[in-house]
Write a protein that binds this ligand. Structure first.
Ligand SMILES: Cc1ncc(COP(=O)(O)O)c(C=O)c1O
Ligand SMILES: N[C@@H](CCOP(=O)(O)O)C(=O)O
Length: 471
């Protein structure tokens, strides 16, 4: 499988190259040159497989010759062996139409573990190889988090040789549990940085570092955010897992996805391109609703980020939307590079008709304000006996209001464990969710992190003074 940049001006890479590169050198994102497609019979044959095997089968076409199927299966078995539920991503029924896909049974209690547990192993595998194409032998990971990617990535790479990780989070804008899950990991290759500003500021600095020649000449910069294709590839699998349980390929299923950086829901789009019968993808946002506006009116314009009780979705500039615009807009990298340059200059752009129509074929969107989110948490508890975290509740709000035909099951992705956001859950239900045993002592652990201004030069100096230079 070959990977090309959405901006059309970066080297074409194989899966190994795209995984290690993270962001493309022209500022674009890597996507497969074409979508692999499964026939109805091939999809039916996936039903009932253990998760690790399903994962290897779904991902094999994307991995191509970078790993043998047997090795890929070894890696998926190791990655998903660390989940606390035998089903890895269990599916629960809430009422006649609504279902919940629990993605928070990994080590850090959020859906990010599904991809990052595997990505940590892929880094180790590829960095351990003799340099094939003059590829890197060590990696300086620079990432941005609004709360969950940080801890999942740190858990996946802490203590690993050949990798340093620098994780930027917006100071004071992640929950205490989320912050501590990052800052109490004291492995010598882990550097947490709290910056002044929003997640968007942190993400912009990360992207800038990838294109800062003074840095990339000395360091192999790598990505754990969903700009890295391997992240999305691993997230495609649970759409198959859920839909197969609900009757795919013979029955359509809709998914409601709490959305920020558009990675999780884009993985659903990929599953649909591969042949999974997805009736609708519901993009659920909080009041940081750039995606809802873009999908409903074509106006993709970023305002300032409003802090909410669903902080991981407090995002305005949504990285993976570029992948969708590329695919539905005719895969014209030159035109998209121009469109994105306009967005980067003005923080606003209008979708083309082709992009709007292409997106509308599969996506609908909805937004939940603070009251609607709180009501959805309450509904989950009172009607279905489930404690929902605020992000998942936004997905449930959208799922229940999207007008999906009653005969089509709607699966909301439960993206985080409620105990990561105990205050919001308690306010709505009167019940305070407790942390699972595996992280029970989180509030007794020592924390370590740096605080920096929201200034690129300060962050860049911090990273380059500590990172391991190219081997
Ligand atoms: C709990 C939770 N829900 C939803 C999201 C949004 O996912 P995405 O950024 O892939 O759209 C995030 C962060 O990414 C998250 O941490
Ligand atoms: N919500 C995320 C933000 C980063 O998104 P990513 O999927 O691109 O890593 C977080 O919790 O950090």
């Amino acid at each position: 499988m070959e990977y090309i940049s959405t901006r059309g001006n970066a080297p074409v890479l194989d899966f190994e190259g795209a995984t290690l590169a993270g962001l493309a050198s022209d500022g674009g994102l890597y996507v497969p040159r074409e979508w692999p497609r499964f026939s109805k019979d091939e999809i039916a044959a996936l039903a009932g497989l253990p998760y690790a095997e399903l994962a290897a089968k779904v991902m094999a076409p994307f991995v191509g010759e970078s790993l043998s199927y047997e090795r890929l299966l070894e890696l998926t078995t190791a990655a998903y062996g660390r989940f606390s539920h035998a089903a890895v991503t269990p599916l629960k029924q809430l009422d006649e139409q609504q279902w919940l896909l629990e993605l928070f049974h990994g080590p850090t209690l959020a859906f990010k573990d599904v991809a990052l547990q595997l990505l940590g192993l892929l880094f180790e595998e590829f960095l351990g190889r003799e340099s094939k194409n003059g590829g890197p032998q060590n990696l300086t990971i620079v990432g941005a988090t609004s709360g969950d990617t940080g801890s999942a990535a740190i858990d996946a790479v802490a203590g690993r040789a050949k990798v340093d990780i620098f994780m930027l989070h917006p100071k004071g804008r992640v929950s205490d549990v989320q912050r501590r899950q990052m800052t109490t990991v004291l492995a010598p290759n882990v550097y947490n940085i709290a910056i002044e500003g929003s997640f968007d500021d942190a993400q912009a600095m990360v992207k800038r570092i990838f294109n800062d020649k003074a840095v990339t000449d000395r360091f192999n910069i790598g990505a754990v955010n969903s700009i890295n294709w391997a992240r999305l590839m691993a997230q495609v699998v649970y759409y198959f897992a859920a839909a197969l349980q609900l009757g795919a390929p013979h029955r359509e299923v809709a998914f409601s996805v709490p959305t920020g950086n558009f990675g999780d829901v884009f993985a659903g789009y990929v599953a649909a391109q591969m042949g999974l019968p997805i009736a609708r993808l519901i993009v659920a946002t909080n009041v940081n609703d750039i995606l809802h506006r873009a999908l409903s009116t074509g106006d993709y314009s970023a305002g300032t980020v409003t802090p909410t009780a669903a902080p991981s979705m407090d995002i305005q500039v949504s990285s993976n939307f570029e992948r969708l615009l590329f695919d539905v807009g005719g895969r014209d990298g030159v035109a998209l590079a121009e469109q994105m340059a306009g967005f980067e200059a003005n923080k606003a752009m209008t979708l083309t008709n082709a992009q709007r129509e292409g997106a509308a074929a599969l996506f609908v969107s909805a937004r939940a304000d603070a009251d609607e989110m709180a009501q959805a948490i309450r509904w989950g508890w009172e009607a279905a006996g489930e404690l929902l975290d605020p992000h998942t509740a936004i997905g449930i709000h959208a799922a229940r209001n999207a007008g999906i035909d009653a005969s089509t099951p709607v699966v909301t992705l439960a993206t985080a464990h409620p105990a990561k956001f105990p205050d919001a859950v308690e306010r709505s239900t009167g019940h305070r969710p407790g942390l699972p045993e595996r992280v029970g002592d989180l509030f007794e652990r020592e924390e370590r992190y740096a605080e920096l201004p929201g200034d690129y030069d300060a962050v860049c100096a911090y990273v380059t003074q500590r990172a391991t230079a190219k081997a």
